[in-house]
Design a binder for this molecule. Structure first.
Ligand SMILES: Cc1cc2nc3c(=O)[nH]c(=O)nc-3n(C[C@H](O)[C@H](O)[C@H](O)COP(=O)(O)OP(=O)(O)OC[C@H]3O[C@@H](n4cnc5c(N)ncnc54)[C@H](O)[C@@H]3O)c2cc1C
Length: 467
């Protein structure tokens, strides 16, 4: 999740994000190289609630690539972005090979808060200042299309991923109420988004029963889902459409040209087009892209299942909730009535201390009546934050596309991004290019100072949350 406009970023930061299973093992899942700002894939798959509750289990079950393969398109990365790219290209009749270093859903897509929300992580004002009012409007409309696409993919491919409608952005401070009011005026007046509506404190009680919140914006068109089941469902749909997916197959690099050659440890793929969908994990495969995003650790817990009546007393409409602080809390119920609670982020190179306890305290601050609940799962993952927090889509060569920089707001947008790559490969790039026109810069400070400068910036935002 994200910062500010939508779901959650958090606090501190990992040398590794931890996935702690019910026995609270201290297994490091990913490591983060401070010098290169790259996340390394040298750890076991996540023992998250999602892995435990999904037939997919977060472990590789498809064959690895061995030998040389000739195909139309190679996709690197088996998250939602990569699986959607593969699906939409295969549906158009292209031969597609998707290479995933670990297993489908291993990255953020299989660990996420699962909240599908309108808009982008950057505010519409920021977007309009960068690309003008018309493109800002197009970007907003595409973000709404992403919500509808997510639901239609679920229906079309019969993906059993516990999708539920309703999302509420909530205010924790009086000044947030003014911000929500301005936001709703902008949504209704400038963007014609009538689905979202303002809730006062009393109206909020139908969605979240906590004294902490003063008001909110309800959007029934947004919602929440089980992200690992959804990602795996997209992967299966892509395979049914003819795509080949290789797991335990890390792309080590590629050579561009009319024919692109992607190297792996035990083989290679020759193709006409390449789509880079490796998110915060891509690193050395495309160093120019890695400099433009920062892998930020963010964390979640899952409680024991609640009695359904008790669960409904906390979240009566089963909506997903996110506050509008810069470093925010986000939560919802799982299909088996656990509270899935996310919140902290890590920007420094420090592992958050006593993570499960810290997360639990944040949850109890919102719902004091949950103080007796056990935390049964704790896990983390990496967000791919761009400097402006706008998504970063584009081309490294005419036939090499990339998707990154979802900045904690990728649950819905990733699927649409994959569809836009497929449109662009097929020759209609207008919609892809609305995103590609967004300007992006490297994080300042070079490899050594990039992360410390972000830590300082985040301290500033944390202070803003407190004041
Ligand atoms: C804890 C957490 C909570 C979140 N909550 C929300 C939320 O509630 N709402 C929301 O909108 N967003 C949320 N996000 C963000 C959202 O999950 C991401 O934006 C989205 O899943 C990104 O999808 P992706 O396909 O781009 O990347 P990923 O899902 O990270 O997939 C990238 C894949 O590429 C693979 N890969 C990388 N390099 C290589 C290589 N060289 N060779 C082969 N494979 C490679 C990786 O193994 C990985 O599986 C959250 C993220 C986290 C971590």
């Amino acid at each position: 999740m994200l910062l500010r406009t939508n779901v959650a970023l958090g606090a501190n930061n990992p040398v590794g994000s931890q996935a702690l299973n019910p026995v609270n093992s201290n297994k490091i899942l990913n490591t983060y190289d401070r010098a290169s700002c790259q996340v390394h894939l040298n750890d076991p798959p996540a023992a998250s609630y999602y892995a435990a509750s999904s037939a997919a289990q977060a472990s590789a079950k498809r064959e690895a690539l061995k030998g040389e393969l000739q195909t139309d398109i190679a996709v690197i990365g088996g998250g939602i972005a990569g699986c959607s790219t593969a699906l939409h290209l295969a549906k158009r009749g292209y031969r597609v090979a998707l290479l995933e270093a670990r297993c489908v859903g291993y990255g953020a897509s299989g660990r996420s808060g699962g909240q599908t929300i309108f808009g982008l992580a950057a505010s519409q004002k920021v977007l309009a200042a960068q690309v003008g009012a018309l493109d800002a409007r197009r970007l907003f409309d595409l973000s709404v299309e992403a919500l509808d696409l997510t639901q239609s993919l679920i229906r079309e491919h019969g993906i059993d991923c516990d999708y539920r409608p309703n999302h509420v952005h909530v205010a924790t401070k009086p000044r947030h109420l003014d911000e929500l009011k301005q936001w709703i005026d902008e949504l209704h007046g400038e963007y014609g988004y009538g689905s979202a509506r303002l809730l006062d404190r009393a109206g909020l009680q139908s969605h979240v029963r906590s004294d902490r919140y003063l008001g909110g914006i309800l959007d029934p068109r947004s919602g929440h889902l089980h992200p690992l089941k959804y990602t795996e469902g997209l992967a299966r749909a892509a395979e049914a459409a003819g795509a080949r997916i290789f797991e335990n197959t890390q792309a080590l690099g590629y050579q561009d040209g009319r024919e692109v050659v992607v190297r792996t440890a035990h083989g290679s793929v020759r193709c006409r087009h390449l789509a880079l969908c490796g998110n915060a994990y891509l690193g050395p495969v495309a160093p120019a892209l890695a400099r433009r995003i920062l892998g930020v650790g963010t964390y979640m817990i899952a409680t024991q299942p609640l009695d359904p009546t008790r669960a409904r007393e906390l979240l009566p409409s089963n909506a997903a909730i996110a506050d509008i602080n810069w470093i925010l809390d986000y939560f919802r119920l799982s299909a088996d009535q656990r509270i899935l609670f996310g919140g902290r982020v890590s920007y420094s190179a420090l592992q958050p201390p006593r993570l499960a306890d810290a997360m639990r305290r944040r949850m109890v601050r919102i719902f004091p009546q949950t103080a007796d609940l056990q935390v049964q799962y704790t896990w983390g993952g990496f967000l791919d934050i761009s400097l402006s927090r706008a998504p970063d889509f584009g081309r490294l060569a005419a036939n090499v596309f990339y998707l990154q920089g979802f900045s904690g707001h990728g649950m819905a947008l990733t699927a649409l991004a994959g569809k836009l790559v497929a449109e662009a490969v097929a020759g209609t790039a207008e919609r892809f290019d609305v995103f590609a026109r967004l300007p992006h810069r490297d994080f300042p400070g070079g490899p050594l100072f990039r992360r410390p400068s972000l830590v300082l910036a985040m301290l500033y935002y944390r202070l803003r949350d407190i004041l």
